[in-house]
Design a protein around this ligand. Structure first.
Ligand SMILES: NC(=O)c1ccc[n+]([C@@H]2O[C@H](COP(=O)([O-])OP(=O)(O)OC[C@H]3O[C@@H](n4cnc5c(N)ncnc54)[C@H](OP(=O)(O)O)[C@@H]3O)[C@@H](O)[C@H]2O)c1
Length: 326
């Protein structure tokens, strides 16, 4: 099937209604290397399987060795090209992020596609990363900011590199909590999640802008899966009434969700379709479910001021500096 977004269009002119697009429409990925974070579960696993089935060499960046080993078997069974591999990566620990990126750099790999997919949602209060960041901001945004920056040399070795970052409908409710981005004073789990998902969109916009301004071929795009039945809704609940309400809320959400295979389509489209304009945002046709189409975003995600400020904050918190001064 032809690209539902004709090549060369601007993001603003992408059609709202897409034709039915499925994994059968993914172009041949032979010769490409794709890194997928959180590839052992849910949307990441579906993405890894689909890319491997189309011939890509898939590197599954996962934090849990046992889960990764089990997932590797199913990705290997789907693969039609090079054997997939596991890359140990804990996004909530910048030492692990540096180790994973160094490992790829030493091998001299060119990375054609990086799918920043891993994520955690609505965690109980006081779950922190190794560096003491809020776990949602730290994992969903800061870990991916650092990982992408450290992988930049490998990405820029590819002729047509692409970075896909997975956001969420929850980004609509997001604002960046500038005085307290790591939620030390007042913690509201859903606001923290929404912040991290707005950060994914701001990061994509700024990465895409910088890559273009520095004359590279890299494009950054984002996608969201609507509501998809995955392990995201199994996060540990707090004790007490608040915890029981959160668990109930999560059960209701998962009951309304489409399958993980459907949910993975927008990020697969974003990762593989030629001619996609930089900073495109894809999601299901009916917002929570359906085939991929252009998605709407929180107007804050268009703010250059916010994107630049988030970039500076991310630089100072992670000490990862992209080679693109501003
Ligand atoms: N499902 C939905 O309805 C939905 C809606 C909107 C957005 N999303 C987004 O979709 C993405 C994928 O989530 P999913 O729904 O597929 O959930 P999932 O099944 O829970 O998968 C999340 C993946 O992220 C990994 N992960 C979590 N923390 C990590 C860390 N510190 N380092 C490395 N990997 C880590 C998990 O590893 P473990 O298995 O070891 O925990 C797992 O592989 C997330 O970014 C999420 O925000 C999902």
């Amino acid at each position: 099937m032809a690209n539902v977004f004709s090549a060369g269009t601007t993001t603003a002119s992408l059609p709202l209604i897409a034709r039915r697009w499925t994994i059968d429409d993914i172009p041949d990925q032979t010769g490409k290397t794709a890194v997928v974070t959180g590839a052992n579960s849910g949307l990441g696993l579906c993405t890894a399987e689909a890319l491997a089935a189309k011939g890509a060499h898939v590197l599954m960046a996962c934090r849990n060795e046992l889960k990764a080993a089990a997932a590797l078997e199913s990705v290997a069974a789907a693969a039609t090209g090079p054997k997939p591999e596991v890359l140990p990566l804990d996004l909530a620990d910048l030492t692990s992020v540096r180790r994973a990126a160094d490992h790829l750099d030493v091998r001299g790999n060119a990375i054609d596609v990086l799918v920043n997919n891993a994520g955690v949602m609505a965690l109980p209060r006081n779950v922190r990363t190794a560096e003491g960041f809020d776990a949602q901001f730290g994992t969903n945004h800061l870990g991916h900011y650092a990982f992408t920056g450290l992988l930049l040399p490998a990405l820029l070795r590819a002729p047509d590199p692409r970075v896909v970052t997975v956001s969420s409908i929850a980004a609509w409710g997001g604002v960046i909590n500038w005085p307290d981005p790591n939620w030390r004073v007042l913690y509201v789990r859903w606001l923290a999640y929404s912040q991290s998902k707005l950060a994914n969109l701001l990061f994509t916009a700024e990465l895409n802008r910088r890559a273009r301004e520095h004359g590279t071929a890299l494009i950054a795009v984002s996608a969201h899966p609507g509501l998809s039945a995955t392990n995201l809704y199994d996060s540990e609940a707090e004790k007490g009434v608040g915890g029981r309400l959160a668990a109930l809320q999560q059960r209701v959400l998962v009951g309304l969700a489409q399958s993980d295979r459907m949910g993975a389509l927008p990020q697969l489209y974003a990762a593989t379709m030629p001619g996609l304009p930089g900073n495109s945002y894809l999601g299901p046709a009916f917002e929570t479910f359906g085939y991929p189409r252009r998605a709407f975003r929180n107007p804050l995600a268009y703010s250059r001021t916010q994107a630049r400020a988030l970039w500076r904050l991310s630089e100072s918190l992670t000490d990862v500096h992209y080679p693109w001064p501003h």
